[in-house]
Design a protein around this ligand. Structure first.
Ligand SMILES: Cc1cc2nc3c(=O)[nH]c(=O)nc-3n(C[C@H](O)[C@H](O)[C@H](O)COP(=O)(O)OP(=O)(O)OC[C@H]3O[C@@H](n4cnc5c(N)ncnc54)[C@H](O)[C@@H]3O)c2cc1C
Length: 491
């Protein structure tokens, strides 16, 4: 039996930091009639899912938090995952967001009905919802990437991805394989290595991992400022500007990179006495090419007697362990995938169909793109948070707040004009995207030796914002109605 179609004025998909920012912005403009659809049973997004040992933010919490909720007393400058999740729960209660959320409701598809100017949403349980305004806050890191090694299913022991940590598996005294050395592995490997008998770390490429103290917000003055509630705004501004300085240096001091690389190599020489291991851990690509990793424990962990770093590619997973391409086999009790996510596959597996029955992934055949990372031509009244090219060198929460304010302004513009829908002008989107790609082209991230999750299979950087975070704030300060075609009703 088909379920009756429900009508809701505004639908937000996802209840992570982005969805909550959106709900707060809507409530602040007096909007109460909206629903958030969340596929999981709790709020929190990546901070609900990534509960692996050592999980913490790597942008200091004073800035990795909402501008409107600065009362939380963080126990440490890079808060651990349970605290971030607790913070999210408190914000949800304080901002009155919870009542809007429907849990265990996954959006499978959304199709725009042009005649009626509504999005028709289908949920995992077969529910049908119609809404004129659809807002996606599904995040970038919500789908685990696990390489499809031959024989992967034959392994007899436990195997899991870092974002689905098996807390029921006791690793104490066991032999464990960790595949991958990205941002999550850098956090959990030191914790795991301290309790297991043997840890094999399989890496594809070495990483620049830098001590926490070189990151903004870690100086004694930052801590002093934060002790006083009324100075927290100053502390945030100081940290924000320090991140902006990274962007400034990238453009105006490109040779600072060489100094950074030399400093990294000097640190490695001091930390890793074995030349063979040092060679394995020395990146052959420029600093800044990949996401900058933060850890004070990483290299000390890799010289532990119970840790071996293997850079020979994996050929297969066997019933009892892993075989590398040189034929060597290592028996292990458990396999942990620290292999990251699929950030360039925006919105997937959800399908989004716009004007003329066009699928968004067909529109994005050569790479995802959107005006301001928020609106896509041909997909009217569809808005995204953390969309294409909005991953910035700062707290992502800052970007999410910019987007949520802008989207709230779009809703206001629609209502003020009495329009049925707004569609970003194709030439406006094209010129914006051309400007982004022109600015990305000379950066290290665009270099062909930089193989990163920032790029899609065509080598196009579709995730990163190339400018200052402040510039993004400026560009999203309000809707320029001439950027959009307003259609229908009184417009
Ligand atoms: C381990 C880890 C550490 C990180 N650390 C930092 C950091 O230190 N600093 C920083 O700036 N950024 C960090 N990030 C990036 C992080 O993704 C963002 O900061 C932020 O959490 C994004 O929030 P979001 O709401 O956009 O996405 P998410 O947190 O991914 O939330 C999306 C929500 O949407 C739901 N959802 C997805 N698809 C559907 C669907 N079809 N239907 C219904 N619901 C759906 C998901 O279940 C999820 O709850 C980190 C990411 C990870 C994975």
């Amino acid at each position: 039996m088909t379920q009756a179609t429900e009508r809701i004025p505004i639908v937000v998909i996802g209840a992570g930091f982005g969805g909550i920012a959106m709900a707060t912005a809507l409530r602040r403009m007096g909007e109460r009639d909206f629903v958030m659809l969340e596929r999981a049973a709790d709020v929190g997004g990546v901070w609900r899912d990534n509960s692996y040992p050592g999980a913490a933010c790597d942008v200091v919490s004073r800035i990795y938090s909402y501008s409107h909720d600065q009362d939380y007393e963080w126990s440490t400058i890079f808060a651990p995952q349970p605290e971030i999740l607790d913070y999210i729960h408190r914000v949800v209660e304080k901002q009155g967001v919870r009542a809007h959320i429907r849990f265990n409701t996954e959006v499978i598809s959304a199709r725009f009905d042009e005649d009626r100017a509504v999005w028709r949403i289908e949920t995992g349980s077969g529910g049908q919802i119609e809404t004129p305004v659809l807002i996606s806050a599904v995040g970038l890191f919500n789908r685990a990437k696990i390489p499809d090694f031959p024989g992967r299913d034959s392994f007899k022991g436990p195997q899991f991805h870092s974002s689905g940590w098996r807390h029921d598996v006791d690793l104490t005294g066991k032999t464990v394989a960790v595949i991958g050395n990205g941002a999550s592995a850098v956090q959990f490997v030191p914790k795991v290595a301290a309790k297991v008998k043997q840890l094999y770390l399989f890496q594809r490429t070495p990483q620049y991992v830098l001590p926490r103290t070189i990151f903004p917000g870690t100086r004694p003055l930052d801590a002093k400022l934060q002790r006083h509630r009324w100075l927290r705004g100053v502390a945030r501004l100081k940290i924000f500007l320090a991140f902006e300085k990274f962007v400034w240096r990238r453009k105006w001091r490109p040779n600072a990179r060489l100094k950074g690389e030399a400093g990294f190599r000097a640190m490695l020489a001091a930390k890793i006495p074995d030349p063979a291991l040092r060679a394995k851990l020395t990146p052959n690509f420029p600093i800044g090419c990949k996401r900058q990793l933060v850890s004070n424990e990483w290299f000390d962990t890799l010289i532990r007697p119970n840790v071996e770093v293997i850079d020979t590619p994996i050929a297969a997973v066997t019933e009892t362990g892993l075989r590398t391409k040189d034929g060597a086999e290592r028996r292990v009790d458990a396999i942990i995938y620290g292999t990251g996510f699929t950030p360039t596959e925006y919105l997937q597996p959800m399908t989004v169909t716009g004007l003329g029955g066009r699928d968004i992934n067909a529109a994005w055949r050569e790479g995802a793109e959107a005006y301001l990372g928020i609106t896509v031509t041909g997909f009217p009244n569809f808005f995204m948070l953390y969309g294409p090219n909005t991953n910035a060198i700062t707290s992502i929460i800052y970007m999410l707040e910019c987007q949520s304010r802008y989207i709230a302004d779009c809703v206001r513009a629609l209502r003020d004009r009495g329009a049925a829908y707004m569609n970003v002008r194709p030439e406006r989107q094209a010129s914006f995207v051309a400007m982004l790609q022109r600015r990305i082209a000379p950066t290290v991230q665009a270099m062909s030796i930089c193989l990163t999750y920032y790029k899609n299979e065509f080598g196009r950087v579709t995730t990163n914002w190339p400018g200052y975070a402040f510039e993004y704030r400026w560009r999203t300060r309000g809707v320029r109605t001439r950027d959009y075609e307003f259609v229908g009703r009184n417009s």
